[in-house]
Every structure is written in C-alpha cells, then in structure tokens.
Design a protein around this ligand. Structure first.
Ligand SMILES: *[C@@H]1O[C@H](CO)[C@@H](O)[C@H](O)[C@H]1NC(C)=O
Ligand SMILES: *[C@@H]1O[C@H](CO)[C@@H](O)[C@H](O)[C@H]1NC(C)=O
Ligand SMILES: *[C@@H]1O[C@H](CO)[C@@H](O)[C@H](O)[C@H]1NC(C)=O
Ligand SMILES: *[C@@H]1O[C@H](CO)[C@@H](O)[C@H](O)[C@H]1NC(C)=O
Ligand SMILES: *[C@@H]1O[C@H](CO)[C@@H](O)[C@H](O)[C@H]1NC(C)=O
Length: 459
C-alpha cells in the first residue's frame, strides 16, 4: 500500500502549493481539469490497493467489493491524452468522480480514505468535483452549443465521444431551467437563447456569436487584414511582424513576440496561483455566467521573464509600462487560463470614471486603461477567438503572438467601438497574459495633448 500511496502523492506533490487560497473548481481552469484527469488512474490504483489491503486485514466483503469496483473502473478508464480537455470528455470525467468514485466514500468507515483523496487534490489547489462542478460542465456544453450553433451530433463529432440518452436528458433539463428554447429532435437537438441576458445589445451579441462561429477553427483568416508589415520598435533595433486589423481604432496582431520558453515559464508561474477570475462589480454567481476562467496577477518584478515581457511591451508599443508606487504606468500581467467552454462575454477594458476616481494605492492617479496588450501563450485547438463585434474583427489565438489596441480615442474619449469578447473554448487550452497600460503612461492622454501623440506605426 505504501508504495502505491506514495506514488500517488509523488505525482500530485509535483505541483507546488501555496497557503490560504480558495480551492478552485476544476471546471474553472482547463489546466486544473487536465490535472484532475491525469490523476484519475493514480486515484483508482490507490483506492484498489487501499481497499484490497483492508479486505485482507478485516475480511469484510464491503472492502472486497470496493476494491473490485476500483479495479474494474481502472480497466475501462478512457485513454488519457492531452486532448481530454474538451466539454463532453470533461463532463463524463466529472460524472465518474461524482457518481461512480463518489460511491466509494458513502460509507462512514471510509471517510479517512476520502480525506486522503481530498488532500491530494488540495495539494493541486483543487476541490473534489461536486454537484456544482457537474453543473458547470453541463453549462459549458450548453454555452458551446448555443454559441457555435451545434446540435448533439455536432458536439459528439467534435469530442469524438458519445453521450447516453440519460446524459442528454440531464442537459435538456438544465437548458429548460435556463429558459433556453429547444429545437429539433434526437441527436439534432439544438438550443437557442430566447432573450439575451447580457449587458450588451442584442445586435452586438448576435455579431459576437457570428464572429465566434466564423473563427471557431484555426483555419480562419480574417478578411479585414489591412496590411502586414515589419514594424520598428521603440529602440529601432528590433522589427516585429505586424498585421493591422483595424486602423481606427488601431488594432494589430504581432507575431513571434514571445519565445516558447518564456511562454512556458509564465504559464508555470501563473498555474501555481490560479484563482477564479472576477469581474469588477460582479458577485460570484453572476460572474460565472459572464466570465469563466481562472487567473493570477504577476507584477513585473515577479520573475526575470515577467520583467522581460513587460519591457517587450514597451519596445513594441512605444508605451512605457514602468511600475511606480503612486501611479503605476501599467498594471501587473494578468495570466488567464480559460475553463471548460471558458469565455468572456463582450465588454470594455476601460472603467467608468467613478471606478477610476475611487482607485487607490499604486493605481491612484494612473488614469484609466489606455491600451491593452495581450500575449497568446498557447495554441487553442478549437474556439477561443478574441472578437470585436462592432468592428467585425476576429483574432484566432496563435501561440507566441500578441494583440494590441487602444481603448481611448486620440481626443481622450473612451472608445466604445473597442467592445470585445473571448469566444468559448471548444477544445484544448487557452492561456493569455494581458498587460493594461494606464493613461499616465502617456501616448494618448485624456488631458488633450491632441494629435501630437498618434498611435505608434502611424508616425
Ligand atoms: C487491484 O489490487 C489487487 C491487490 O493488490 C491487485 O492484485 C490488482 O492487480 C489491482 N488491480 C488493478 C487493475 O491494478
Ligand atoms: C458528424 O460526423 C458524421 C460522420 O463523420 C457526419 O456524417 C455528420 O454529418 C456529422 N454531423 C455534424 C453535425 O457535423
Ligand atoms: C448576485 O447577482 C445576482 C444577479 O445579479 C443576484 O440575483 C444575486 O442576488 C446576487 N447575489 C449576491 C449574494 O449578491
Ligand atoms: C514587487 O514590487 C511590489 C510593488 O513595489 C512589491 O510589493 C513586491 O514585494 C515586489 N516583489 C518582489 C518579488 O520583489
Ligand atoms: C531577460 O533579458 C535579459 C536581457 O536581454 C537577458 O539577459 C535574460 O537572459 C532574460 N531573462 C530571461 C529569464 O529570459
């Protein structure tokens, strides 16, 4: 027993822990979900061994039964690979933890075993999947079906697994609770949102959905590619592959602006401290429907890599990102790992004036979010584009590239056309690192230094 137990804990303890943080539901981060699925066979080996040892010791048939069940589940465990992070496989995985493995722990006598399993998941800062997790995974399926206009057939095709009719019944029940309209029958069943419950107009929501559908596969090429060129950076030493997607407001994608090693380093750093992402002014229940991801904040001084990546933002955008105690020029990097079907409905990056006025500490006097620079740290298998509904711009994430735009007009007005959202992730992992550059940084300023400071590359 000791051997298997220690191999379970060895596998799990490879992920560093830090104290005092809420445990994350695995559905909120596809990275955590991958870890959960990866530890499934270790978990079953541990249970099989523990229960068969107890059966030998006590002679109780209860333990023999449990051990045999664990062994049986182990034998039919789906093959694990890096593609397990997709909605249907995840749903089935959560269901196994909850319905089948959960049954192992219903007896009072086995509380200690459950405790051991819980603790090993806690080491990865994850909670044991519960009913809420199952709910999130069903919500993810529904969000993907509505966003990408897919029926059960389409979902099964994309995942390569089938749902039982009972699973589909459960999904349909949840759709009903959400007030989604069902269309079609059998495997051709689809769900439609009857009434938008979002804060943006129905027109913007329709455009968001259309852009998401267009850019679901990475074969998508934007038709609004205006020009591809080599752009000189601040120092004039380096040149960057720039693709301008909109001139006014200025939106551009830069390719190969971060190395694989840097991307891996920042994802690893972020993964250790992921927490459920919030949206300012929203409570936890409503944010789950507005935004589904896990994130962490890293100041430039966190590692050499964060410092170098922040300097690179300066180099590319010609906007300074220096940290200052009272009035920082830019925010720390926000590292985000999207969850299952993870998305972020259309929103603006800038705040309302009263929010800015109420900011204190390092953000005091730093102004609003002048510009957004977002590194794409991973390739996404399917879905997950960044889309601007009012501009018909869609950007499919390409690993090692970055997108940059101004949230303010040259005259210092907030630019409402920068409304943008993240399409739901259909398969694979989506990791981004965002740096918000504050107005204090200069560039376009709200204090009316008009036209003297046009966006870079137009000078
Ligand atoms: C379960 O444990 C028993 C007893 O140690 C062992 O003989 C058996 O091979 C295990 N089953 C699996 C599938 O690992
Ligand atoms: C699913 O795949 C099957 C076989 O490849 C195909 O016939 C069917 O049209 C696909 N359905 C959808 C909705 O993509
Ligand atoms: C959270 O927001 C929802 C929707 O706006 C609201 O119905 C609910 O009462 C709020 N809950 C709390 C605890 O504030
Ligand atoms: C980074 O800078 C912040 C702000 O000055 C400071 O609070 C923090 O301790 C620094 N962290 C490290 C690792 O130096
Ligand atoms: C950061 O940049 C400096 C200067 O270019 C370089 O010497 C150093 O190796 C970089 N550090 C990392 C961790 O990439």
């Amino acid at each position: 027993m000791a051997l298997v137990t220690s191999s379970l804990f060895l596998a799990l303890s490879m992920i560093l822990s830090s104290e005092g943080q809420d445990l994350l539901d695995p559905c909120l981060s596809s990275h955590r979900m991958q870890q959960l699925m990866d530890s499934e066979s270790n978990l079953l080996k541990f249970l099989n061994q523990t229960f068969s040892d107890r059966a030998k010791l006590s002679g109780e048939s209860h333990y023999e039964k449990l051990s045999r069940s664990a062994s049986r589940f182990l034998a039919v465990l789906p093959e694990n690979n890096n593609d397990v992070v997709d909605p249907l496989r995840t749903f089935l995985g959560i269901k196994r933890f909850l319905s089948y493995y959960g049954k192992f722990f219903t007896h009072k006598k086995d509380k200690d075993v459950f405790g051991a399993v819980q603790r090993s998941l806690e080491k990865q800062k994850m909670k044991y999947p519960d009913k809420a997790s199952l709910g999130y995974s069903i919500d993810a399926i529904l969000r993907l079906m509505t966003a990408y206009d897919l029926d059960f057939d389409g979902m099964e095709n994309s995942s390569g697994v089938s749902l039982s009719s009972e699973d589909k019944k459960n999904i349909m029940q949840r759709a009903k609770e959400f007030g989604l309209e069902a269309k079609g029958s059998g495997n051709g069943k689809k769900f439609i949102e009857k009434k938008s419950r979002h804060q943006v107009t129905d027109t913007d929501m329709t455009k968001y959905n259309n852009l998401c559908r267009l850019s679901r596969h990475n074969s998508y090429t934007p038709d609004n590619r205006l020009s591809c060129s080599y752009a000189k950076g601040l120092s004039g030493l380096a040149v960057w592959k720039q693709e301008v997607l909109s001139r006014d407001p200025y939106i551009a994608v830069f390719y190969d602006v971060i190395t694989k090693r840097e991307a891996t380093s920042i994802m690893n750093t972020g993964a250790k401290i992921l927490e459920g992402s919030g949206v300012m002014g929203k409570n936890k229940t409503s944010l789950l429907h507005h935004r589904l991801s896990a994130s962490s904040w890293l100041w430039d001084n966190h590692t050499d890599t964060t410092l170098n990546l922040s300097r690179r933002v300066e180099e590319i955008t010609s906007l300074r990102t220096e940290f200052r105690d009272h009035g920082t020029l830019a925010e720390p990097f926000q590292i985000v790992n999207y969850g299952l079907g993870g998305h972020y409905f259309p929103h603006m990056d800038y705040h309302l004036q009263h929010v800015i006025d109420a900011q204190y500490g390092v953000l005091e006097n730093s102004g609003d979010r002048l510009a957004t620079f977002m590194y794409y740290l991973s390739d996404v298998k399917e879905g997950g584009a960044t889309v601007f509904p009012e501009l018909s711009v869609a950007i499919f994430p390409v690993k090692l590239s970055a997108v940059f735009w101004y949230n303010f007009k040259i005259d210092g007005e907030r630019d409402t056309r920068t409304l943008h959202g993240a399409c739901p992730v259909m398969g694979g992992q989506k990791w981004i690192a965002t740096k918000w550059i504050r107005q204090l940084s200069g560039g376009l300023s709200s204090t009316c230094e008009l036209s003297e400071t046009p966006p870079p590359f137009f000078r």
